[in-house]
Design a binder for this molecule. Structure first.
Ligand code: DQA
Length: 151
């Protein structure tokens, strides 16, 4: 399975950006975490990482994922999660199973706007609050789901 791990705006400096909220680890740590969660099954998983700051760039990237025949997406849309009907419209039609991911527990944060997601209704599920490990948990859960669908 090819899984696109896609980060949205302000997620290009993980480990450096507000470590008290987002932790001190970066995306480099994700493959090893996926290996430890999936064990030997991780051999059949190809992870593709990307990050875009712009809303339109993210839509272009998602459309490309569809053209490339990507099997699943682990998506942290950052603040666009809470604001972007355009991203939601894209995810509604490309029909690639995806998991919405957040590093922080968005519901525990003080800004009300972070408690709403435009994209969650199109997701297989949502994982938030586990730091960088949120990505690995999402990859593992998505791969298991894709394998079930194949069986
Ligand atoms: C985030 C949470 C969002 O509210 C915020 O805008 C981000 C990161 C997270 O991973 O915790 O940029 O998606």
């Amino acid at each position: 399975h090819t899984i696109l791990v896609l980060n949205g705006p302000n997620l290009g400096h993980l480990g450096v950006r507000q470590p008290e909220i987002y932790g001190s680890r970066g995306m480099d740590d994700v493959p090893a975490l996926v290996d430890s969660l999936l064990g030997t099954a991780s051999g059949s998983v190809q992870l593709v990482f990307d990050q875009k700051n712009g809303e339109g760039e993210l839509i272009d990237r998602l459309e490309k994922a569809r053209e490339d025949g990507v099997d699943g997406i682990v998506f942290n849309a950052g603040a666009y999660t809470h604001t972007s009907l355009a991203l939601a419209d894209c995810l509604a039609w490309i029909r690639i199973p995806f998991v919405e991911v957040h590093i922080s527990n968005v519901w525990a944060r003080p800004e009300e706007i972070r408690h709403h997601s435009w994209i969650a209704r199109h997701a297989v599920g949502v994982i938030a609050g586990f730091g960088i490990e949120s990505y690995a948990l999402a990859v593992a859960a998505l791969v298991r789901r894709l394998e079930e669908a194949q069986a």
